[in-house]
Design a protein around this ligand. Structure first.
Ligand SMILES: [Fe+2]
Length: 163
């Protein structure tokens, strides 16, 4: 299921123009609800909110007031499960050129949307918390699992601490 959710989480982008922002989560939600996939539809809404608070958004609101109120209530009443968190995390290590470290993606988001003093750090903390959960479950780092970090062996002369 996780793979399907990952593939479908941004399907709402297929229904709007290139300028669409947060609205894509509602487009995807409504499409998948109409198709009879409420669990995948849920992911469309939750993937943009690692911090489970409608105010903790990155991007521009371009939805209706009714949609805003609906999402506010929705986020308050659900409890995130492993799929919500997994897709939130995966969305935050993905760039058009491929999978990158969480840190690189965080910088990409700040460069594109700016640093939101109220929300950026909370989002980072939440995403690193999800990363830790995933790593505990996997028994290895995300970087090792995905081959994201090339480790350079440090020569012994740099490791000597005497002196
Ligand atoms: Fe998205």
């Amino acid at each position: 299921m996780a793979g399907s959710y990952g593939l479908l989480h941004d399907i709402g982008r297929a229904f709007g123009d290139q300028s669409m922002q947060i609205r894509h989560i509602f487009e995807g939600y409504h499409f998948l609800m109409d198709e009879g996939y409420p669990d995948a539809a849920r992911i469309c809404l939750t993937h943009s909110f690692p911090v489970q608070d409608i105010h903790a958004v990155t991007g521009v609101w371009d939805c209706t007031q009714d949609e805003y109120v609906f999402l506010d209530n929705y986020l308050q009443k659900i409890e995130y499960d492993s799929y919500d968190k997994l897709i939130q995390f995966c969305d935050n290590i993905a760039l058009p050129e491929g999978i990158v470290t969480l840190e690189k993606r965080m910088v990409d988001i700040v460069l594109r949307y700016g640093f939101d003093a109220e929300n950026t750090v909370a989002r980072w903390e939440k995403l690193f918390s999800i990363k830790a959960e995933l790593e505990a479950a996997m028994g290895c780092s995300v970087e090792d699992a995905l081959g994201l970090r090339v480790l350079v062996e440090v020569p012994d002369c740099f490791l000597e601490t005497g002196g």
